[in-house]
Design a protein around this ligand. Structure first.
Ligand code: FO1
Length: 323
């Protein structure tokens, strides 16, 4: 088995927030900066308190910079909440918690976007300031917004996720703006590149974190046509999401909350699927879909776990590429 990745070869990782960011960090520890391109979902983005908030981009960015809040899973470590406290006293909106230091990111992003810079340029600028070497890009520079149609009302993603704590029953999901949006140009180019070594779908929510990226015009076709293997890492372990509402959403969308249902959801896009040791009994079912499988320890508690899973995924990709 060869896990050797040549310097000129590129790995693309598609990521949502927390789970994706963990694997992205593991990949960054193995690869040279120029080898790794991380594409973050921006359909969770929203405008709040007059600011442009990009939660998944920021979770990945803070994680790569080593300044993320590991207990919360989002935001910055060593955060203070004076602005939120003061806002509360004034009767302002505080259901979406923006820490004092995190606010600096949203202020700088919003100022630059208002000046006419693209989200890609702003993200690159912020990454440079935080000494992040690999490429982190939004899936698109155009606005795409997830709308959650629930049994009660239609909600923006953050209203559903944070304000309503994922309680309402999900009937369907809609990505407003997806048809008008153009996938990030560098992302589209790399999907057509001979240098592309693997496309890794991180263990992120398939429906709200990965699906918006795949739904951008040209992305799915280029992934299917790429010679590089497409490998997904399951965000579901033993029928439960490692974090977030993926399993609950699956049941509400009339799917069993299993790893094979995740593999079936991605369908013929996949060459390989990484499932957790605890779901080993599902391996034959996934193999029967014509997808190569790799059983790993996928729960990433420590930095060593992130590095080990990334190594396994890269080895799996190298194996599939050599077949
Ligand atoms: N998640 C929460 O559960 N509560 C919050 O108050 C909250 C604030 C927040 C602020 C900035 C940011 O970048 C992310 C934030 N998140 C918060 C996380 C985030 O909204 C979700 O984890 C993602 O959208 C899901 O990937």
């Amino acid at each position: 088995m060869s896990s050797e990745i040549l310097p000129s070869e590129t790995i693309v990782a598609l990521s949502g927030g927390v789970g994706g960011a963990k694997l992205a960090l593991g990949l960054a520890k193995h690869l040279a900066d120029e080898q790794l391109m991380i594409i973050a979902n921006t359909a969770d983005d929203f405008e709040h308190l007059g600011l442009s908030i990009s939660p998944d981009l920021d979770t990945v960015m803070y994680t790569l910079a080593g300044i993320n809040n590991t207990e919360q899973g989002w935001g910055l470590a060593n955060e203070s909440w004076n602005t939120m406290d003061a806002l509360e006293q004034l009767g302002g909106e505080t259901w979406f918690r923006l820490g004092d230091r995190d606010l600096a990111t949203h202020l700088e992003r919003s100022t630059r976007l208002r000046r006419g810079e693209s989200l890609s340029d702003v993200t690159q600028y912020l990454c440079e300031q935080l000494n992040i070497g690999c490429r982190l890009l939004p899936m698109t520079d155009d606005p795409v917004r997830t709308l959650v149609v629930t049994d009660q009302e239609q909600l923006s993603f953050q209203e559903y996720f944070v304000r309503e704590q994922c309680q309402p029953k999900v009937l369907s999901l809609d990505f407003a703006g997806i048809e008008q949006a153009t996938a990030q140009a560098e992302f589209l180019n790399v999907l057509e590149s001979d240098q592309l070594q693997a496309i890794i779908i991180c263990p992120s929510n398939p429906f709200v974190s990965v699906e918006p990226i795949l739904s951008l015009a040209g992305v799915r076709d280029r992934m299917k046509n790429s010679k590089a293997p497409v490998i997904a890492v399951s965000p579901i372990v033993s029928g439960a999401a490692i974090k977030g509402p993926a399993a609950k959403m699956m049941r509400e969308l009339n799917m069993p909350s299993t790893v094979s249902a995740v593999a079936a959801y991605y369908g013929d896009l996949l060459d390989g699927f990484v499932l957790d040791q605890r779901d080993q009994e599902m391996e034959p079912e996934i193999a029967a879909m014509g997808v190569a499988t790799s059983v790993q320890q996928t729960i990433m508690t420590s930095l060593d776990d992130r590095i080990a899973l990334a190594q396994s995924v890269l080895s799996f990709a190298a194996d599939l590429a050599s077949q």
